[in-house]
Design a binder for this molecule. Structure first.
Ligand code: GTP
Ligand code: MG
Length: 352
């Protein structure tokens, strides 16, 4: 039925799968993809804080139509890339559903607004937003005081407390207390592990919050309107550009904003790291987030570490040659952690 010149399909259901760094968004999306009704084509748009897509690599084997928007959050630095990527998915892939994973440091308010206003109003049907949290973070001031962490929860239509296997009874109690004091209308709240969420939840409508914006989002959107842009200090610090790098060079790109600094390392295609020493430095890393796809003498490995959890794991070799990639995120006031890890990482390179 489709052909050149035809209008894009209307009312494609879209869901945001949001939540702070490393809570399990990509894991939940993989789970949802496994449950997709047969015959349906889904698309996933992933935005990462760093410049080098790791999540895309983790979803590559699902066969889903994928768009990766690297570098900063969808609501500002990558806003144009976001619409370009989204338009491409809509027009070229004509999916039956689109899932959007914003970076863990992404502010969802602007994305939700973009998706409900022209030109997307009438093309996309924005359904329930799924916010994942780690209930252990309820006891962490660093999380509770972060405006993005709070707003992600305030915008949840479905609040998924993931990593249940790691909770104490006190964590579950903290979750119940937190939910009890949330203003109405309250989201559907579920506890689960390994991102086990039900595909049926995606069809739930968004909660009617009567247009009332939660305090941080109101301030955020007003500041944006006043300035023509918003005031996150996303400041891309492109030390070395991939385009200028020799094939044998390591390339690094830093991204900063919202209280964090991220560094992405892109290694030459054929480069191997020493497994044991890489493992040692990974375990010693005390920043916020570490992930990557890399090669050691034991073959391709994936790394996905947060809150002191997550080791190197075997990964089937990619179907086409890719550059090994690693991404670390540390709090803004701890650039030393990044420097130290950078030096350590380079020291793990295997020499022929
Ligand atoms: N123990 C435990 N680990 C989990 C669970 N769910 C996910 N993980 C692990 O948590 C890590 C982060 O999961 P991801 O799905 O990559 O998290 P994310 O929210 O997409 O991360 P970012 O995109 O970097 O913000 C991975 O190592 C997962 O295997 C869970 O229920 N229990
Ligand atoms: Mg992810």
């Amino acid at each position: 039925m489709s052909g050149p010149g035809m209008r894009p399909p209307r009312d494609i259901p879209v869901n945001l799968v949001t939540g702070f760094l490393g809570v399990g968004k990509t894991t939940a999306i993989r789970n949802l993809l496994r449950q997709r009704p047969s015959g349906e084509h889904w698309a996933v748009l992933v935005n990462e804080f760093g410049e080098i897509g790791v999540d895309g690599g983790l979803l590559a084997d699902t066969g889903v139509a994928l768009e990766e928007i690297p570098g900063g959050c969808l609501c500002c630095v990558s806003a144009q890339l976001f619409t370009v990527g989204l338009n491409r998915l809509i027009r070229q892939r004509r999916p039956d559903r689109i899932l959007i994973e914003p970076t863990g440091l992404g502010h969802p308010a602007q994305i939700l607004r973009t998706l409900t206003e022209p030109p997307y109003a009438g093309v996309l049907d924005l359904r329930a937003t799924m916010t994942l949290i780690d209930a252990r973070h309820l006891a962490s001031l660093r999380h509770r005081e972060h405006p993005i962490w709070r707003d992600q929860i305030a915008l949840a239509d479905i609040l998924v407390a993931n990593k249940l296997d790691l909770y104490t009874e006190a964590d579950r109690e903290a979750l119940r207390d937190y939910v009890a004091q949330m203003p109405a209308p309250r989201p559907l709240v579920v506890e689960t592990s390994n991102g086990r969420v039900a595909v049926e939840w995606l069809s739930r409508p968004r909660l009617d919050r009567g247009g009332a914006l939660f305090p941080e989002a109101r301030a955020f959107l007003q500041a944006q309107a006043a300035q023509g842009h918003h005031d996150h200090d996303h400041d891309h610090d492109h030390g070395h550009h991939a385009s200028g790098a020799a094939p044998g060079d390591w390339v690094t790109v830093d991204t900063r904003g919202d209280g964090y600094i991220g560094r992405s390392w892109w290694l030459p295609v054929d480069r191997e790291l020493d497994h044991a020493s890489l493992q040692r430095w990974v375990r010693a890393f005390s920043g916020e987030r570490l992930k990557g796809l890399m090669r050691t003498e034991r073959g391709w490995q994936q790394l996905n570490r947060v809150d002191g959890d997550g080791e190197l794991e075997d990964l089937p070799p990619p179907s086409e040659p890719i550059r090994p990639r690693i991404e670390a995120i540390v709090p803004e006031h701890r650039p030393d952690l990044l420097q130290a890890f950078d030096a350590a990482l380079r020291g793990t390179e295997r020499r022929a």
